[in-house]
Design a protein around this ligand. Structure first.
Ligand SMILES: *[C@@H]1O[C@H](CO)[C@@H](O)[C@H](O)[C@H]1NC(C)=O
Ligand SMILES: *[C@@H]1O[C@H](CO)[C@@H](O)[C@H](O)[C@H]1NC(C)=O
Ligand SMILES: *[C@@H]1O[C@H](CO)[C@@H](O)[C@H](O)[C@H]1NC(C)=O
Ligand SMILES: *[C@@H]1O[C@H](CO)[C@@H](O)[C@H](O)[C@H]1NC(C)=O
Ligand SMILES: *[C@@H]1O[C@H](CO)[C@@H](O)[C@H](O)[C@H]1NC(C)=O
Ligand SMILES: *[C@@H]1O[C@H](CO)[C@@H](O)[C@H](O)[C@H]1NC(C)=O
Ligand SMILES: *[C@@H]1O[C@H](CO)[C@@H](O)[C@H](O)[C@H]1NC(C)=O
Length: 391
């Protein structure tokens, strides 16, 4: 029995109707301006499994002291003026890098900590530059700077390198169906169950919707098809950019779920949060589900940028399912704080798997919710307008 649908049955007919339209006929444009019509006061949150209300995370531990530009990172200069990373570096532990200057990774240089959950925190007063063709690979990347540039063909890649997702989540599917991991959207499951509707069969579940405005959860690992070997793709990592000035993304900022191949589910996408005054560039920002026997669900991206243009392109779609190509992982969530819009887009990948949007504060949080490009969403109607576009 679908755990999620049952609470909605206690709501009034209007809401049921709208849910049906949302999930059955995605060509509809719905407009509901009277919030008071939709009350969730009777909503019984106890009907939800424990993992739908994860506790607040504990406060982060205090930082270790900053590493040094020359001794620890093999760079040139100083973190209080300009530190340049001039040659490849393989880190083997978390690093905290702080100073009053600029931090520059020169073109073509690899700055890597390819360990699940490895954390690189860079806290500088000046500019950050990831040079042309250079790369950062890590599980979590947090940047505080005045300006940041991710130049052509560079990559900040946390794909498949998640650490542990929040406790009490069920993002990694049980069993050996090779289902996808869940996070912003549910992971797909290729199992055919004639006793259930297609949307009632899924892999890893969604979580962390209460923080979709400031996402910081890791994605989840996909399932496996074998009792002996864990073939699941790793969850997507996390990226947080807190930039007071300008961000240029001409390269790639990635928190995708890892690939599970033919024998494992795709990992779910991780989290990307970008706060800045202005963002430009022709690059790509993605927290998509990994491909696999069944695709992982998309992750969560949120931007809080005063001046943002259409580019760089942002993607949070689910991963492809090799075992059931018509049922990709569900789309994740993309929140834009400035117009207060939430977009759930599966980039035209067909799916039976849903994106669950649950939020319990008693005020409407979003002006607009767009569900488009084959995404399917289940929502409680706290919002002033829900728009469903695309085919
Ligand atoms: C970093 O690790 C990779 C993969 O193990 C290796 O190919 C490369 O040579 C290493 N680079 C350095 C600078 O140690
Ligand atoms: C960055 O450094 C400032 C001052 O040194 C400190 O207050 C802040 O907490 C640091 N932020 C992070 C993310 O480490
Ligand atoms: C950040 O970029 C803006 C515009 O390019 C520039 O005016 C400003 O001086 C930069 N900040 C720093 C610390 O260089
Ligand atoms: C920071 O970058 C901007 C362009 O993005 C450049 O104009 C400025 O000189 C840089 N600031 C410093 C302190 O290097
Ligand atoms: C970066 O790429 C864009 C198009 O992707 C191109 O227009 C621009 O000239 C490139 N810049 C450099 C410095 O190569
Ligand atoms: C990012 O990392 C993943 C996993 O290691 C890799 O498959 C992918 O090619 C990388 N992407 C880029 C653009 O380097
Ligand atoms: C999805 O398909 C529609 C109709 O074919 C097309 O107009 C739209 O551009 C597509 N969107 C994406 C993101 O591919």
């Amino acid at each position: 029995m679908a755990r999620i649908h049952s609470p909605f049955h206690t709501l009034n007919f209007t809401i049921l109707c709208i849910l049906l339209i949302l999930t059955v006929n995605p060509n509809f444009i719905l407009s509901s301006r009277n919030d008071d019509d939709f009350s969730i006061i009777d909503f019984d949150t106890n009907l939800f499994h424990q993992d739908y209300s994860p506790p607040a995370p504990p406060p982060p531990p205090p930082h270790a002291p900053s590493v040094s530009c020359t001794d620890d990172l093999g760079g040139i200069g100083s973190l209080d003026s300009t530190c340049q990373i001039v040659s490849d570096l393989n880190l083997t532990r978390d690093v905290y890098i702080a100073g009053k200057g600029n931090f520059v990774i020169l073109p073509g240089v690899r700055f890597h900590c390819p360990i699940s959950g490895c954390s690189i925190i860079l806290n500088i007063s000046g500019n950050f530059t990831l040079g042309k063709d250079s790369s950062i690979v890590t599980g979590a990347f947090e940047l505080v700077a005045q300006n940041a540039s991710f130049l052509n063909n560079s990559v900040l890649n946390t794909t498949g390198l998640a650490g542990k997702p929040p406790p009490q989540t069920s993002g990694t599917p049980q069993g050996i169906d090779g289902a996808g991991g869940g996070h912003g959207g549910r992971g797909a499951c290729c199992l055919v169950d004639d006793t259930k509707l297609p949307e009632d069969v899924w892999g890893g579940d969604a979580y962390s919707w209460s923080s979709l405005q400031t996402p910081e959860s890791f994605g989840s690992k996909g399932g496996t098809t074998s009792k002996e070997v864990d073939y699941g793709g790793g969850g997507g990592g996390r990226v947080k950019l807190e930039i007071t000035g300008f961000v240029v993304v001409d390269g790639n900022v990635l928190a995708d779920g890892g690939d599970g191949g033919n024998k494992g589910g795709g990992g779910s996408g991780g989290s990307i949060f970008i706060q800045a005054y202005k963002m430009t560039g022709s690059g790509v920002i993605r927290a998509c589900g990994g491909n696999g026997f069944a695709g992982g669900g998309g992750g969560r991206v949120s931007v809080n940028i005063f001046s943002r243009h259409d580019e760089p392109k942002i993607f949070v779609h689910g991963g492809s399912s090799f075992g059931c190509p018509e049922n990709a992982g569900a789309a994740g969530t993309m929140y834009d704080a400035v117009p207060r819009t939430l977009t759930v887009s599966n980039h035209n990948m067909t799916t039976d798997t849903e994106t669950l949007l649950l939020e319990f504060p008693n005020q409407p949080m979003w002006t607009n919710v767009y569900v488009r490009n084959h995404a399917r969403a289940t929502v409680p109607l706290l919002w002033s307008r829900v728009q469903v576009c695309g085919t």
